[in-house]
Design a protein around this ligand. Sequence first.
Ligand code: FAD
Length: 386
Amino acid sequence: MSSTADALIIGGGVQGASLAFHLAERCVRVTVLEKQFVGAGATGRSSGLVRMHYGTEVDSRLAWESFEFFVNWKNLVGGECGFTRTGFIQIVKREAEAALRANVAMHQKIGIPSLIITPEEVKRLAPTFRTDDFDIAAYEPESGYAMPSDTANALMNAARNRGARLVQNCAVTEITVTGGRVTGVGTTQGSFSAPIIVNAAGAWAGQINKMVGLDLPYDTWRHDTMFVVRPEEIGAQHPMVIDFPNEMYFRPEGGLTLVGLEDGNPLGESPDSDTDHAREGFVERAIDRICRRVPAMKDGGLHSAHGGYDGITPDQHPILGAAGPDGFYLDCGHSGTGFKTAPAIGLCMAELILDGASKTVDISPFAPSRFAGGKLIKGSYENIWK
Ligand SMILES: Cc1cc2nc3c(=O)[nH]c(=O)nc-3n(C[C@H](O)[C@H](O)[C@H](O)COP(=O)(O)OP(=O)(O)OC[C@H]3O[C@@H](n4cnc5c(N)ncnc54)[C@H](O)[C@@H]3O)c2cc1C
């Protein structure tokens, strides 16, 4: 097979799908090359949290712009993203409560529905939660979670409806560069040519960068999650929570509760390792943590546990922009938080590629050059992944 397009996207995760959608909206002939199937990587394993609370304004702005898509999905994209509103509570350690207040003020300035609540108010929202280890929390009443595979597939279908092409079971094995410009790729299904190539290969993106001789700090990050059957006492629903004191997050899904941990996520493993099972010891640690915040969970039962791999950078923020040969772009390194921001990042990347700069949100802080320039991104909280 041999074919020509305006742009090639390597990777059919939620980021590649979102970029394909936004480029196709602007009449770019785009082809997505995916080595397995849509959502086969981090996207298919994602916990799907959709919240705006961050300690960095650019992330909150991207999440807020994306939120507009999640809640108006049918009109803006079509198909289903499975957004479910649960409300979101951010709990921090007492020493970070001043930062929490400042962040909520920043979110309110952007227009995000966010407020400070007391432990008593948390109890009213979630009567079975322990609330004696914090004095304030942040609350986003409109936030919730979405279904990552559905989201990626809906974006890809919308892109295809606008003329994009998707080639699955098609692994990119080389990138051709002529006179300092990318010209195309070699794959397990033949060659494809285009003057623009975007690396959206998630945990595999470091391998793609090497194909053009690009040496950026990039690692793989493993993250396990567990579903528990929730005891009836906790109720049919509970808010979604990020719980810094317990280094954990959790959210409901029907009668189950999904739990993930902020610590113990190994770096540097092969992203092709087994993800059907969580690593040894994870389930025991996760059960211990969820029972600390929700003691009634002790009567719950384990439903399932598995893992996934994302690409991660030293400041745990994505790499977005041009680097290496002319025509080569990066949309990768989403560092365990790149689901909720995908709709807006795809839009911003399309603006960057076609107009020279993004206008929806200024994504220049994520430029690949920040590493060499010593301009790593620092928020008002510590990095989430330990
Ligand atoms: C367990 C887990 C839970 C998470 N929970 C959340 C959350 O609650 N909220 C949130 O916002 N984020 C979350 N994240 C992060 C989020 O899921 C990721 O940041 C996001 O899915 C990354 O999307 P992506 O398209 O960049 O990568 P991926 O989804 O990994 O897609 C990359 C694709 O590239 C393909 N590929 C790789 N190499 C090649 C090649 N050579 N040729 C062709 N194709 C190739 C892969 O097959 C893969 O499909 C979580 C991540 C994990 C792992």
